[in-house]
Ligand binder design. Structure first.
Ligand SMILES: [Zn+2]
Length: 72
């Protein structure tokens, strides 16, 4: 997987509704730090409940939106 940073962000899985809070990013300088979502441009993670893979990026208003969902 390589080196990444952990991202502090909470949301519900758009696929199953599970509460998610474990995300990772390669944005910035990845070195296994925990960073705020506000400090990165994008991040990603998987849902332990349904196995969906989620990718997030900022929209034009600066809010994070799901840009890709890969459901199992
Ligand atoms: Zn899910």
């Amino acid at each position: 997987m390589g080196v990444y940073n952990n991202v502090e962000f909470k949301c519900q899985c758009p696929n199953c509704g599970e509460r998610l809070d474990g995300f990772q990013t390669y944005d910035g300088e990845p070195m296994f730090l925990t960073v705020t979502a506000a400090s990165v441009a994008n991040f990603h993670g998987g849902c332990d409940n349904c196995g969906a893979w989620l990718e997030f990026a900022r929209d034009d208003n600066g809010a994070f939106i799901v840009t890709a969902v890969t459901a199992k």
